[in-house]
Design a protein around this ligand. Structure first.
Ligand code: FES
Ligand SMILES: [Fe+2]
Length: 449
């Protein structure tokens, strides 16, 4: 359990909160590059850490992330006119109310409703303008103090060329920590997802089905690292063997999952929209080769760890409003949940947790009160994740200039996907971790791209 006060700290992400300040020290995945495919095309809305923003690709092809609210009288720049590179005032987004125009850096390029001789335009900027980078088909932004901006992230999927990575993003109606905790709580996998063979998921999951299903009470080992945590889950198998999987918890919101032989790697990010909602990112990648058409088609259709979305939205087709299309007959006969997509099985539990914290707008999304939960030994990863997150945020409160865990690319490079291991059951945590680390290092792509 967590005291009401610590729960409040852990789950708040707005500007001025300890966690919000920590999040703002990291690069943030904002949108898929293909969501703003065209130079001079329409902007899209994003709400990040409680801040309303618009993302656009200017007439010169550069991504720009601005406050949604025009600094003049607050009109939404979402309806802005994204002007071409050859327009007389250059590329930029023009507010349609009185025509003020801003470039990707937030400078005001034009102010047609002021006298021509006015210099007012030089003293006005967009309310916020954040630097962006494009990596692995995703636009990333940095929302923090420019003097403390770290290098662009070097996570297992950002160091690869875009053809090696498939990324998707969906909206989840719960606080981001609820979703993050789901990934470090590996004991749910053999239970919530116990209809694993029914997933439209392909061979990589069928391979792990045996290991995860056999022992429903895995033993957990947690080790603190420079980037966050390495968590090992050991399951006993027949014949005196043990099946190990590893989760790398990379602060502030990533996990890198264990990789099965010859299968793609996977990772997630849970980025707070605000206290009630989350952008759930899923990254599938192959270090050894570009993705093939079949893989991409399956993920695009919502297979594997991805989810089918209502076209033109970030809302899954299976969602809270339709009870995730739960099939109670299937639940009675063959499936724990009766829900047919693994990500939606997670969403169904995470979006419907409670009781809620006082003041929660439950219609927006779930924000649970952790002060009365009952944690057992299987929750070791959950407890450790809360501890490192709160410790990082608290340390930053004391000294805003320190580098929180996971910010440095040297730390991120350590968080490579460990292979799952089938070893003699006598093999201890340190030995098996060393073996997995050695294998991961042997197959890692060259760092520093
Ligand atoms: S509100 Fe945007 S130009 Fe007036
Ligand atoms: Fe899950």
């Amino acid at each position: 359990m967590l005291s009401a006060e610590r729960n409040q700290t852990l789950t708040a992400s707005a500007q001025g909160t300890p966690m919000g300040a920590m999040y703002r020290r990291h690069w943030i995945p904002v949108a898929l590059s293909q969501e703003v495919p065209l130079a001079g095309g329409p902007p899209i809305r994003r709400r990040l850490l409680g801040e309303d923003l618009v993302l656009f690709r200017d007439g010169a092809g550069r991504p720009g992330l601005l406050s949604e609210w025009c600094p003049h009288r607050g009109a939404s720049l979402y309806f802005g006119r994204n002007e071409r590179a050859d327009s007389p005032t250059g590329p930029g987004l023009r507010c349609v109310y009185h025509g003020w125009k801003f470039d990707v850096d937030g400078s005001c390029l034009d102010m047609p409703n002021e006298p021509e001789e006015s210099t007012f335009r030089n003293r006005v900027r967009a309310r916020a303008a954040y630097p962006c980078r494009e990596l692995a088909g995703v636009i990333w932004a940095y929302l923090g103090d420019p003097r403390l901006r770290p290098d662009a992230p070097q996570l297992p999927w950002t160091i690869l060329p875009a053809e090696h990575v498939y990324a998707s993003v969906r909206l989840q109606l719960c606080n981001s920590i609820q979703a993050f905790e789901g990934a470090v709580d590996a004991s749910h996998v053999g239970i919530l997802h116990s209809d694993i063979g029914l997933w439209d998921a392909g061979d990589e999951f069928k391979r792990v089905r045996g290991g995860i299903a056999v022992d429903k009470a895995p033993r957990f080992y947690v080790e603190q690292t420079d980037f966050g945590l390495t968590i090992g889950a050991r399951r006993r198998m027949a014949g005196g063997q043990a099946y190990w999987r590893f989760t790398q918890v990379v602060l502030p919101w990533y996990v890198v999952l264990s990789q099965e032989p010859d299968a793609p790697g996977s990772g997630h990010a849970w980025v707070p929209v605000d206290e009630h909602r989350t952008y759930t990112w899923t990254f599938s990648f192959r270090a050894d080769r570009p993705l093939d058409g079949q893989e991409v088609a399956r993920w695009r259709a919502g297979g594997g760890l991805h989810a089918p979305l209502i076209p033109g939205t970030l809302t899954p087709t299976m969602n809270r409003d339709n009870d995730y299309l739960v099939n109670r007959d299937l639940q009675a006969s063959a499936s724990m949940t009766g829900i047919s997509n693994v990500g939606m099985q997670d969403a169904a539990v995470q979006e419907n947790m409670g009781p809620h914290m006082p003041g929660t707008l439950a219609a927006l999304g779930s924000r649970m009160d952790r002060s009365s939960e009952r944690l057992g030994s299987a929750d070791a990863g959950v407890v450790a994740t809360r501890r490192v997150l709160l410790a990082a945020a608290t340390a930053l409160e004391k000294d805003a200039t320190i580098r929180p865990p996971g910010v440095l690319v040297e730390d991120q490079r350590q968080a490579c996907p460990y292979p799952s291991m089938l070893v003699d059951e006598e093999t201890g945590w340190h030995e098996v971790r060393g073996l997995a680390q050695g294998e991961a290092a042997g197959s890692a792509p060259p760092a520093g791209r």
